[in-house]
Design a protein around this ligand. Structure first.
Ligand code: GDP
Ligand code: IMO
Ligand code: MG
Length: 422
């Protein structure tokens, strides 16, 4: 079976944990979009791992992990990840495959990302990892791909062309001195040398795997509302974070995807700027941030927190054709007096049961809540659905009902074993 795992909110839903859990049952795990803006956490008995580019299935020996053509690869960040894993006794060796068609993030992408933020009237709050500028170059047809790093003559020509244009922009628009050719050229040829053993035609590899009836897990990064088309544009990332991205970003036909599983937090969080209708007021927000340890896995920034927004998640279910949901971090809601679920928005006297496409409406929309009683005690040691407190079951039952989608996993803690399968 080929399954796509997608985030249904603004990222950080707990995709890493679900990918790690499901990896046991598949042969291949594939990242298909995004880059080192992602931070996917896996907690084992002994250690906390945060993956930025390497698929979260890597801890399972014998699984093949691919970085697809749709990913933008910061070679330096990737090498560090490989080396950190090897210091922890995890060797990627023959198990890591990097698409030769994936675009490389260069130093000028990262600096441009950061400089652009300083110039914007409405900041996006990017991770500063060069994601937007690298995807822009890809679409502009001036990007440098992983395969280019293996060919000194081609790389020289492409880098020269890029620097000629970009240095003018850096100097004239941003008052930045620009970049020298030689250090980048040398560094990136070295990165290419180091990574050459992993670089290959991953689309061919995956299509052969499908022919051989192997099982593939596609690991989405970010979330539906950070998607370049369907997210809260312009407060989004620059890739297709919805399920369709898996086909383009891995070179797989849509007819080969069997199922899409959505990962959803039992409440809502967002890092960076942009509208957030159900955001908590500051004092309660701070309380919940600390209760849920809601700090970015990539930048360490505090995540904004809010109530569960079923209007958004319903839209995500529709856009991705999600048939099953994994509900994450239920334990973080333990002990609250009452809980709220947003079931619609009010804007200019109108009731919206679907997500308005006008960002202004979303920014000013007032959530309509359904309130429910909370529960006492801790859920993190519970392993069977029927053992959950009655009000926790009522909350989950209500979510399942509003979303009209089956909940197949409930996560009650950060560790691998803190999970209830239904
Ligand atoms: P991802 O980007 O979707 O993979 O999610 P992140 O790793 O950025 O953020 C999820 C955070 O929540 C991580 O720190 C996880 O270890 C943690 N986490 C995942 N599931 C649970 C859970 O059920 N309960 C608690 N308390 N923490 C969880
Ligand atoms: P995972 O995969 C949460 C957010 C940034 C910013 C916006 C654009 O861990 O869920 P970018 O650097 O991509 O241009 O930033 O997107 N963002 C994420 N938020 N989780 C992520 O990834 C994110 N990746 C990007 O905070 O608001
Ligand atoms: Mg994350």
């Amino acid at each position: 079976m080929n399954i796509v795992i997608v985030g249904t909110q603004w990222g950080d839903e707990g995709k890493g944990k679900i990918i790690d859990l499901l990896s046991e049952k598949v042969d291949y795990i594939v990242r298909y979009q995004g880059g080192s803006n992602a931070g996917h956490t896996v907690v084992t008995n002994s250690k906390v791992y945060v993956f930025h580019l390497i698929p979260s299935g890597i801890l399972h020996k014998r699984k093949i992990c691919c970085i697809g053509n749709g990913v933008v690869v910061d070679p330096q960040a990737l090498i560090k990840e490989i080396q950190d894993l090897s210091s922890a006794g995890i060797y990627v060796n023959q198990r890591l495959k990097i698409s030769s068609l994936a675009h490389a993030i260069l130093p000028y992408h990262k600096i441009l990302d950061q400089l652009r933020e300083t110039k914007r009237t409405h900041k996006i709050g990017t991770t500063g990892r060069g994601i937007g500028p690298c995807y822009a170059d890809k679409i502009n047809r001036c990007g440098i791909r992983m395969v280019d790093l293996l060919n000194p003559a081609i790389f020289r020509e492409k880098l020269k062309d890029n620097l000629k244009e970009k240095n003018e922009i850096f100097k004239k628009v941003y008052r930045h001195p620009g970049f020298n050719f030689s250090p980048i050229y040398q560094d990136y040829l070295n990165y290419g040398k180091f990574l050459s053993r992993y670089i290959c035609n991953t689309a061919a590899l995956l299509n052969k795997a499908i022919r051989d009836k192997k099982d593939i897990l596609f690991e989405g990064a970010q979330g539906t509302f950070l998607d370049i088309d369907f997210g809260t544009y312009p407060f989004v990332t620059s890739s297709s974070a919805t399920a369709g991205g898996a086909c383009i970003g891995a070179g797989i036909s849509p007819v080969k995807i069997d199922k899409v599983v959505g990962v959803v937090k039992a409440y809502t969080t967002r890092v960076g700027e942009g509208p957030f209708p159900t955001e908590f007021p500051p004092v309660f927000g701070k309380f919940m941030r600390e209760k849920g340890s809601e700090f970015g896995a990539t930048t360490g920034r505090p995540r904004r927190c809010g109530w569960f927004d079923s209007v958004m998640v319903r839209e995500a279910i529709l856009l991705n054709h999600i048939l099953e949901l994994a509900i994450m971090k239920l334990d973080v809601l333990d002990g609250l007096e009452s809980l709220k679920i947003c079931i619609a928005y009010k804007y200019k006297g109108r009731l919206f049961k679907e997500l308005p496409q006008d960002l202004e409406a979303l920014r000013k929309a007032r959530p309509v809540y359904k309130e429910m009683p909370g529960w006492k005690g801790t859920t993190s040691k519970i392993r069977r659905y029927q053992d959950l407190p009655r009000n926790a079951r009522a909350y989950l039952f209500r979510l399942q009902d509003i979303l009209n989608t089956k909940i197949s996993m409930i996560s009650v803690g950060s560790s691998r074993e803190d999970i209830i399968f239904i």
